[in-house]
Design a protein around this ligand. Structure first.
Ligand SMILES: [Zn+2]
Length: 148
């Protein structure tokens, strides 16, 4: 990562996470979420067939239009940003490119968290619910990465 503001480290929440190497002000542009853009049903098939699915690791960013960015295919460190129900980052679409920005001031050492708010096609949601559990530890944790 260019300015070494961020680093990938083991996360207490899940697998690896992305951490701030210095204090970051709210509104700062942090990193683009790179990867292959694919349809959700393709993504779900990949999730089910990848060996890392066994430990619940997903690198999908939901574009909200039935497509996701698969950070596991040509992605960068942004794919390691974990979901949190009390996020300190937000994702904004800029001309089809997804950028993570600091939603709040982030202190050196803090883990970057995004509210994934995953959405599925109607009818799938109930079945999918248990596949994407959250254990971010926030008091308001929804226990799932799916949209409320
Ligand atoms: Zn949570």
């Amino acid at each position: 990562m260019p300015s070494r503001r961020l680093a990938v480290r083991r996360s207490a929440i899940h697998g690896r996470g992305v951490f701030a190497l210095r204090d970051i002000a709210a509104g700062t542009r942090l990193i683009e979420y790179r990867g292959e853009v694919i349809a959700w049903d393709v993504a779900h098939d990949r999730y089910n067939t990848r060996s890392d699915a066994a430990n619940g690791t997903t690198y999908f960013f939901d574009l909200g239009d039935g497509q996701v960015i698969d950070g596991g295919a040509g992605g960068n460190s942004a794919r390691f940003v974990n979901h949190g129900c009390r996020p300190n980052c937000e994702a904004l679409d800029e001309d089809g490119h997804i950028w993570f920005f600091a939603l709040t001031d982030i202190a050196e050492g803090d883990e970057l968290l995004i509210d994934y708010s995953l959405e599925f096609d109607e009818g799938d949601a109930e079945d999918e619910h248990d596949d994407y559990p959250c254990s971010c530890g926030a008091p308001e944790c929804r226990r799932t990465m799916l949209a409320a």
